[in-house]
Write a protein that binds this ligand. Sequence first.
Ligand SMILES: Nc1ncnc2c1ncn2[C@@H]1O[C@H](COP(=O)(O)OP(=O)(O)OP(=O)(O)O)[C@@H](O)[C@H]1O
Ligand code: SF4
Ligand SMILES: [Mg+2]
Length: 431
Amino acid sequence: MSETKKSDVTVPAQASAPEAENDVLLKVQGLQKHFPIRKGVLQRQVGAVKAVDGIDFEVRRGETLGVVGESGCGKSTMGRVITRLQDPTGGSIHFEGKDITRLNTAGMRPLRRDIQMIFQDPYGSLNPRHTIGSIVSAPFRLQGVEPEGGVKKEVQRLLELVGLSPEHYNRYPHEFSGGQRQRIGIARALALKPKLVVADEPVSALDVSIQAQVVNLMDDLQQELGLTYVIIAHDLSVVRHVSDRIAVMYLGKIVELADRTSLYESPMHPYTKALMSAVPVPDPRRRGAKSERILLRGDVPSPIAPPPGCRFHTRCWKATEICKTTEPPLLELRPGQQVACHHPESFQDQAPQDTVLLTAAKEAAELVADEVLAESAETSAAVAAEVKAHAEPASEGVSRTSDGVSKSSDGVSKTSDGVSKTSDEPESTDK
Ligand SMILES: Nc1ncnc2c1ncn2[C@@H]1O[C@H](COP(=O)(O)OP(=O)(O)OP(=O)(O)O)[C@@H](O)[C@H]1O
Ligand code: SF4
Ligand SMILES: [Mg+2]
């Protein structure tokens, strides 16, 4: 990956209307995917897992949209639905202006060339009984495409393109390492020269030392082939360096969607801020620093019965009564930065009349010193360093004094920017 690439973002943040329409490769509106829960002899539906529950976003030509969120928030489901590997329950998907929401298998067949997916597990996604040649040439067979120069020559070219040897053509998956297998998966995804590649955690199953190589390869291929990516990850440090824009998902919803710089320098959703505060920045100047980070307590609630109002209210340190009852809409609060929150960070309060924190909010987040997270964050830092990140300090988004989380001796009271604290010491530094 070139070091300057993502700073020279070619995707315009604000294009004029007709230009913007042309610029959009994929448009998703109100997308839902509910998995029915059935019980009894009659297999009656008794509920549904609301894996994706009404999301809107666009992917522009040539850009990389990163999608992040905790385990179970619906990222993979979203990926499978927008590639139409699964049918949506509701909403719409437009690809190059064409409505593909309800296309059947036959209708989708020509589009399979344009939309490809790279899977997380490089071990499970390659058939162990097939040679690499057979695996990478499968898309040609399925689509009845005869590449110029023949299939074998094209497959060998693709293997070279992803950094493997043409001699690997007759070998089997078990003869390759995880990183090499992921390269094979990438070669297969690129065989038909797709326009959109959805990569579901493409590096999370790989060793740290290999992750950066694969990320860099994907980035190089994007520039070389003009690809558009949706990259799903739970690791913000990986997404940060490859994305032009980032969508943050929580429990089936997008809670914040912004360009990379805005999101990292000034996250507005409390959940984004919490995710961000767990991302280490490889900055020697901060080594040993005692700044605080937000550590979210508890698991993501069940998508079978998501909390009413704002779904994050059970874990949010800024939650007030309105958060419990009224779902905040995803609004563009700053140019290019959409946020779903009644009390956004570093911005005018959307519900200023609501000032009393919910009891649970006082316990929702805890503050820890940098060193506490350092160990668990080592992996992310190593990858981030490897992908030659620009050194913008993401953790500056978390500032306890200006708009962070803090507590007064006599309880907690919300200010326009969060919760204020009189004592200088973090509440818990011994975790
Ligand atoms: N086929 C299915 N049937 C029923 N429930 C499902 C199915 N696929 C996913 N789910 C549920 O939908 C929710 C979202 O799952 P999904 O795999 O999309 O999450 P994710 O964000 O990709 O998580 P992870 O980071 O762990 O991969 C989960 O609660 C999951 O159990
Ligand atoms: S302040 Fe309220 S609306 Fe905003 S994230 Fe927290 S709970 Fe949700
Ligand atoms: Mg997943």
